[in-house]
Write a protein that binds this ligand. Sequence first.
Ligand code: PCA
Length: 215
Amino acid sequence: MRNILVAGFGPFGGEPVNPALEAIRLLDGRIVEGCSIATRELPVTRFEAIRAIENFIAETDPVLILAVGQAGGRLEITPERVAINVDDFRIPDNGGFQPVDEPIVAGAPAAYWSTLPIKAMVMAMRGAGIPASVSNSAGTFVCNHLFYGLMNHLAQHGNKIRGGFVHIPYLPEQAARLGGQPSMAVETIVKGLEVALNAAMAHETDIAAGDGKTH
Ligand code: PCA
C-alpha cells in the first residue's frame, strides 16, 4: 500500500506540547483513499527541518505530503496558500537560530504555491462541521521555512508528488494555561486533518470556491 506522509512539528517557544504532534500521532496508520498515513516528527530548527522531511520522503515514498504546525492565536484549521523565501524569526528556533531577513534558498524563487487543493480542503472541513479557512501567510518562522524547503524540493523533483502545509490552533490545555487564546480539541483537529487529506487525495486540482480576504 502507498503512503501519505504527514509530518508535524514538536514543541517550541516554551510550550510543553505542540498540537501538530499530538494530532498526527492519532492519525498514524489510518487509511485514506487506499493509502496509509505515515507520520513523522519535524524538528523546530531551520535547515534541520528541511533535511528531516527530505529523509522522510525518501523513507516513505509518499503519494502526497502534508506538513502540520501550530499557529497560536488562530481560530480555525488553516491550509496555507503560499510559502515565501525568507527567514525572519521573532523568537529563536529550537537550535538557537534567529535569522533576520535571510533567504531560505539563495537564488531560488520568491515563493511557491501549495500544490494541495486548499479550497477543496477548506470546503470539505466546513462540510464536516469543522471551522477552517485559507491562510495567505504561513509567517516567517520555521513552519514557513519548512513549507518553502518542501515545495522547493518537490519542484526540483518535477512536482511528481503534491504537498502542502496546514496550521492548526492551540489545544484547550494550552489555552487554559496561556489565557485569552482560542483553541480546538485534538479530536476535532484529527477529524479535520483526515477530512482535509481525503479532499486532497480526491482533488488533483483545486475547486473554484471563494474564500478571499480583505486583510
Ligand atoms: N509552528 C511554528 C514552528 C513550529 C510550529 O508548529 C511556526 O508556525 O512557524
